[in-house]
Design a protein around this ligand. Structure first.
Ligand code: SF4
Ligand code: SF4
Length: 57
């Protein structure tokens, strides 16, 4: 399992700083989660002002 950042992302960068394993990076003006590194901790969701990171189904 991993979190996925949806299109609501406004590229503020807050989640990148909160991720304990640095699984989030900026790509083409949006932020993305590296699913192979994500621990499913939810810290990114807690930091995001627009609720863009959500657990993958
Ligand atoms: Fe990083 Fe946790 Fe978000 Fe996964 S759920 S991207 S490990 S902050
Ligand atoms: Fe995008 Fe939310 Fe991360 Fe900001 S905190 S870069 S809006 S996913």
């Amino acid at each position: 399992m991993a979190y996925i950042i949806n299109d609501d992302c406004v590229a503020c960068g807050a989640c990148e700083a909160e991720c304990p394993v640095s699984a989030i990076s900026e790509k083409d003006g949006k932020y993305v989660v590296n699913a192979d590194e994500c621990l499913d901790c939810g810290a990114c969701a807690g930091a995001c002002p627009v609720g863009a990171p959500n657990p993958a189904e």
